[in-house]
Ligand binder design. Structure first.
Ligand SMILES: Cc1cc2nc3c(=O)[nH]c(=O)nc-3n(C[C@H](O)[C@H](O)[C@H](O)COP(=O)(O)OP(=O)(O)OC[C@H]3O[C@@H](n4cnc5c(N)ncnc54)[C@H](O)[C@@H]3O)c2cc1C
Ligand code: SF4
Length: 1017
């Protein structure tokens, strides 16, 4: 039976299953020890629940609940002791590596419980007022005695040998905070040993009718629990002080025990349920003791948690994540990575990178990013069948939980008990997986494992100008033997080429001035459109007018701030650190947020608006012919031309060309495609290092940052970075129109200021952000935010037998498209961090794909969407004005056809395997069975849940159209429909998506808009 019950879906499910593999492969073997502890845990949980329920419903006459009503403080102590014992048992069950230690603490705790019960049973005559106490103590001795024997067996049984041995992190550091923590545990151990002895003394010698004597005088079974609780806490603290490696596993039981005691006493005190019934049936007030218990247990808890946090901050340098989230991060990394990737050895480094990444997030996502770790650590184990905290389980158990309950494919999720919960768990797990991939595959260890070589270590990139065309087997250069070794000298570049490199002066930081109080023109956003507008207005209006540009992102200079570290640059240059998601968390939208906007991180590929889009735009009243002169002007300004031989990976080029020719010979799928051709872009002496998406630190990409912005600055345009344009203020203007009077800006110092606008405000914040700005400013009419479109990006991983080293060469190189432009096809490749994110597989499947990094490339497709997205008007707490996207069936079938076409291209190119970016990934062997697979796939991938959506090309939201279109936001002269002096020009004004890479068109439009604005103002 398939996902939807028909034969086709069953076929598709079979296809997915052969790529994913069954969950049962992950199931750990469980031994007797597991079942003993699990049984003990379940029995105690059941008993605890029964007692709690009895308390709540007031079952005063039911044994054994009746005595819980007699002495509130002792009742809480009993619950707290049971929590301590059962959480120790649970951790012992799910982690064979700490089982002996957990069992040892349980043995000591239960031996003391047996001794205390035996003493109270044998040492004192039966209290006739409570006749049930004696038989209860007798049964307790017997029950706890059996438990002691069982746990003794577990404590003495040799521990299994495991990769996950606890002494990996077992070093007790010698920092002052670490020493203080160790001593604190010893002090707590001594104190609670003292409490246990004191209880015995009070029960033996005290006045059992008042004061402490009444508290610890009765009922006897609860008194024995108090003694056992204090003694067990003491033993646990001594153990934790001596074995630092155990702290990450066994601190949780201590925290729960003390937490429950503190909160329980607090609730009882609040409810006024504090009266103690003594051994003789007299009543005495007990509120004072509840206060003492809250003070003692609460203080111990707070100091323990505080010292633990401090130790993580000082010793482990974890400052953004809480200690438990940090442990969860380590545990998730070791669970998700395969053994040959040496996860234990890299765990701390990955944690540091995750912590830094989260700490560096500027947006509201900051808190959101730490939250998934918290969920996986504390909440998901409960949904996965009452397990202990994620990080306290053994690696095998963690892997099993992740595969069985979190990262399960959609056909398994839809069959789960509560599918919506399974979906949420999956989304959270997927975010964690992506985060950990990014942080791991950007480390030196992972680079080494996958065979990636950083640009500066590649032989052919030693001079200023690439000396050979890639790929050359991206071997690292020899190292010099001594100072005179020529290998250590940088070869001179050919002089004529070297002269055309950009001068360093354009990379100096230049925007340290204050935000002005009043300007003639203000531009919001410094990206593709903003940059061109600033330069053109600087030229036409610069003399005698003040022009200011407000940019939310920071000013990052290529020479001072850019590096080849993917992780660092993604968190520095991308909006929301690259994690901008739609409201349903299933669609990633990439945009830049830095001076220079998205052009700083884009691939610099330039394509003009294709004929089908020109036709579509004409129906909105826009004649694309007017852009021709502007395309040409931009082309000459930023050096748009065909990619140079030195920058293109020749193997990728020839494989893709072979694939397209072979496909065209067959001519299936989308029909004939154009010949494969090398793309054009805005480069100057590009080295083909393959890192365009993290900013070109070598200044070979003619982005806005290196071109229009410095040119505009030179003409007096002020650029103010780190400043957020919040909204504009308006007053009634001519006729029914408004007039913008001021822009409200939050500067980088956090202060909100008002810039008075004398002539015009131009919004160029890009798709989504510009719509949000108009919404917040309450201008533009009801259609603002509607009709978002994009190019869905689907990079497929294509694996060959030969070495390609596709990372050595410009990231996007080749192009082919059908006449309809229903989808276009481009080759892409990413450095290991980005590449790892694009693989929608987990565990072994993911590791296998990473293992073939040097033999793989991406044949990607961009599928133009319908205007099926929107920016929500009403802001919410999580997202502000959230992005919503509802892909329609037509779009899905276009995506499906494009993917089938890519499979055929890959086969014609001679690839061995292709992995489609579906969810879960479809790994298809390109052998003789391919036609059958394709014929089933073609009609089957018809459900959006199968796709992994992402785009780097959001467009629309503030539709530009002629006045006859009621749903327009912007008129054809770029003016917002209800304002005199407010203009919008950026990707947001596209009436429909243009199906190809859009920056050239955006720049040409900005060039046109600058003329229009100059004429109108
Ligand atoms: C990874 C990637 C690769 C790409 N590759 C290509 C490619 O090869 N070819 C191509 O044609 N296109 C490419 N694109 C897309 C292209 O770069 C963008 O479509 C284009 O830059 C959009 O231009 P824009 O002016 O609309 O907005 P942006 O360039 O995004 O600039 C908008 C700027 O406004 C700022 N801003 C927004 N709101 C505010 C506010 N309220 N206050 C202050 N500042 C604000 C933002 O921080 C941003 O810097 C790529 C995009 C990505 C993400
Ligand atoms: S490939 Fe991109 S990042 Fe590398 S030198 Fe060329 S333009 Fe710069």
């Amino acid at each position: 039976m398939g996902l939807f019950g028909n034969r086709h879906d069953a076929e598709l499910e079979n296809l997915f299953q052969s790529s994913v593999g069954p969950a049962s492969d992950f199931k750990p073997r469980r031994d007797l020890g597991f079942y003993v502890l699990e049984l003990f845990f379940l029995f105690n949980v059941g008993f605890l629940t029964f007692m709690l329920a009895g308390l709540v419903v007031g079952a005063r006459h039911t044994e054994p609940i009746s005595r819980l009503f007699l002495n509130p403080a002792q009742t809480i102590t009993t619950f707290s002791k049971m929590t301590l014992m059962l959480s120790l048992a649970l951790i012992g069950a799910y982690n064979a590596n700490v089982r002996r230690r957990a069992a040892m603490v349980l043995v000591i705790g239960h031996v003391i419980a047996v001794a205390a019960q035996a003493w109270l049973y044998l040492g004192y005559p039966q209290n006739l007022l409570y006749p049930a106490d004696a038989p209860y103590l007798r049964e307790g001795i017997l029950g706890d005695g059996i438990v002691v024997i069982l746990f003794l067996y577990l404590a003495l049984k040799p521990a299994p040998v495991s990769r996950d041995a606890i002494d990996v992190d077992g070093v007790d550091l010698q920092s002052p905070v670490s020493t203080a923590y160790r001593w604190w545990l010893i002090v707590v151990g001594i104190a609670y040993s003292g409490f246990a002895i004191a209880i015995v003394m009070i029960r033996a010698l005290g006045d059992l009718e008042s004061g402490l004597g009444a508290v610890f005088g009765s009922p006897d079974p609860l008194v024995s629990n108090s003694i056992a609780r204090c003694a067990t806490i003491a033993v646990l603290c001594f153990l934790l002080s001596a074995r630092a490696g155990l702290r990450k596993y066994l601190t949780a039981p201590l925290v729960y025990c003390l937490g429950l005691s503190t909160i329980g006493c607090f609730i009882l005190a609040l409810l006024g349920k504090s009266t103690i019934v003594t051994r003789t049936g007299a009543r005495t007030p007990g509120a004072w003791f509840l206060m003492v218990q809250i003070a003692v247990d609460g203080a111990v808890l707070l100091v323990t948690l505080g010292l633990r946090k401090l130790q993580y901050q000082v010793d482990y340098r974890v400052t953004s994540l809480s200690p438990t989230s940090a442990e969860c991060c380590l545990a998730a990394h070791t669970a998700l990575r395969e053994a040959e990737q040496k996860p234990q050895a890299t765990a701390r480094e990955v944690l540091t990178r995750v912590d830094e990444l989260i700490g560096g997030v500027r947006s509201r996502n900051r808190g959101l990013l730490a939250f998934p770790f918290w969920l996986i650590e504390h909440v998901f184990p409960i949904f996965a069948g009452l397990r202990p905290e994620f990080s306290t389980m053994s690696r095998e158990e963690r892997r099993w939980m992740m595969r069985r309950y979190v990262l399960r494919p959609n056909y398994e999720r839809s069959r789960s008990l509560v599918p919506p919960i399974a979906e949420v768990m999956f989304s959270v797990g997927d975010v964690i997986h992506g985060l950990l991939c990014l942080c791991y595959f950007t480390t030196e260890t992972a680079h080494h494992q996958v065979g990636y070589i950083l640009p500066d270590a590649r032989t052919r990139l030693q001079p200023d100008i690439a000396c050979k065309t890639p790929p050359v087997g991206a071997d690292p250069p020899e190292l010099p033997l001594d100072a005179s070794d020529a290998v250590g000298l940088k070869p001179l570049s050919k002089s004529d080429e070297a002269r055309t490199l950009l001068a360093p002066r354009i990379a100096i930081a230049y925007d340290t001035g204050a935000i002005p109080d009043e300007v003639d023109y203000c531009i919001v956003g410094s990206g593709a459109a903003g940059g061109v507008l600033a330069h053109r207005l600087g030229l036409s209006k610069g003399d005698g007018n003040s022009i200011c540009m407000i940019e939310r992102g920071a000013y990052n200079s290529p020479r001072q701030d850019f590096s080849d570290d993917e992780l660092k640059m993604i968190s520095t240059l991308y909006a929301e650190s690259g994690l901008q998601l739609t409201r349903s968390f299933d669609f990633t939208i990439l945009q830049g947020e830095t001076v220079g906007g998205t052009t700083v991180i884009n691939n610099a590929i330039c394509l003009e608006m294709p004929p089908p889009s020109r036709k579509e735009w004409a129906s909105f009243g826009f004649d694309a012919q007017v852009l021709e002169s502007h395309y040409a002007r931009v082309k000459s300004e930023i050096n748009i031309g065909e990619l140079s031989s030195e920058s293109v990976n020749k193997t990728v080029e020839s494989l893709f060309s072979r694939g397209i020719s072979g496909y065209n010979a067959e001519c299936n799928g989308l029909g004939p495609l154009s010949q494969a051709k090398r793309l054009s872009g805005n480069f100057k002496n590009c080295l083909g290092c393959g890192l365009c998406n993290i900013g070109c630190k070598r200044m070979r990409k003619m982005s806005v940052l290196e071109t229009y912005l410095p040119w505009a600055m030179a003409r007096g345009v002020m650029v103010r970075s780190g400043s957020d344009a919040l909204e504009c203020e308006t007053e009634p203007g001519v006729g029914s129109k408004k007039r913008v009077t001021a822009l409200v800006v939050r500067g980088r110092d956090g202060r909100v200021r008002r810039i008075r606008i004398r002539k015009a405000l131009i919004v160029a914040g890009g798709a989504i952000q510009s719509s949000r700005f108009l919404m917040d400013s309450k201008v533009g009419g009801p259609a603002v935010g509607k009709g978002l479109s994009c190019n869905y990006a689907f990079p497929t991983l294509v694996e060959f037998d030969e070495l390609i080293d596709a990372f050595d060469g410009v990231q996007i190189t080749m192009f082919a498209a059908p006449e309809s432009y229903e989808a276009i096809f481009e080759t892409t490749y990413n450095p290991p961090g980005g590449y790892s994110l694009s693989i929608p597989q987990y565990f072994g499947g993911h590791a296998k794909m990473m293992g073939s990094y040097r033999r793989a490339t991406n044949f990607g497709t961009l599928v133009g969407s319908d205007p099926s997205g929107s920016v929500r008007k009403r802001p919410d707490i999580l997202f502000g004005h959230a992005i919503e996207w509802n892909q329609n069936p037509d779009e899905i079938s276009r995506i499906s056809r494009a993917l089938a076409t890519l499979v055929r291209i890959a086969r014609a190119a001679g690839a061995r395997r292709i992995v489609l970016p579906t969810h879960p990934a479809l790994s298809i062997k390109l052998d003789s069975s391919i036609d059958q697979t394709l014929s089933s796939m073609g009609g089957l991938l018809n459900d959006k849940r199968y796709f992994n959506f992402a785009t780097a090309h959001p467009q629309g939201g503030n539709m530009m159209a002629s006045k006859s279109h009621g749903e327009r936001v912007v008129d054809l002269d770029f003016r917002v429909r209800d304002c005199d002096n407010l203009f919008v020009c950026d990707a947001s004004i596209f009436p429909r998506g243009i199906r190809v890479n859009p920056q050239w068109t955006i720049m040409a439009l900005a060039s046109l808009a600058a003329e229009s604005i100059a004429a109108l103002t």
